[in-house]
Write a protein that binds this ligand. Structure first.
Ligand code: ZN
Length: 133
């Protein structure tokens, strides 16, 4: 199967969740040896990014700087109270792409794929499609 939706439960209001292993599993299941793995988040207050997995301070620094750019305590026009999360979602983006070679994700040594939660805790869907080519 070259398409799968992964369900991810987040347990914090704002956090990065490493989803690399779940995405690797979809790649393995697909049987695709060469192509592109697309990761898409169908949510407006979450995002997906690829960054360092070794030092958790990197994730904290990113979250802190996003919080400085769009403080959760500030007043916004959007009345739902989560405008900061919408802004962070757009700053990071809803999709990522990783090459697949020899049936494996081509990630750098220190890279992981992260679901970025900005308005949790919630259950999030992560859509993964493997396009051969
Ligand atoms: Zn909203």
């Amino acid at each position: 199967m070259a398409f799968k939706t992964i369900s991810v439960k987040t347990d914090g209001t704002q956090q990065f969740v490493d989803i690399t292993q779940q995405v690797r599993h979809v790649v393995r299941e697909s049987g695709v040896k060469s192509g592109v793995c697309w990761i898409f988040i169908p949510h407006t207050t979450a995002a997906v990014t690829i960054n360092e997995n070794a030092d958790p301070d990197v994730r904290r620094d990113i979250l802190n700087r996003l919080e400085a750019a769009a403080p959760s305590s500030e007043k916004y026009l959007h009345s739902e109270g989560n405008a900061h999360a919408h802004i962070k979602s757009s700053l990071i983006g809803a999709s990522a792409a990783v090459f697949v070679e020899a049936g494996q994700l081509v990630l750098g040594t220190w890279q992981s794929i992260f679901l970025c939660e900005f308005d949790g805790p919630r259950t999030r869907n992560v859509m993964v499609r493997i396009s051969p080519g």
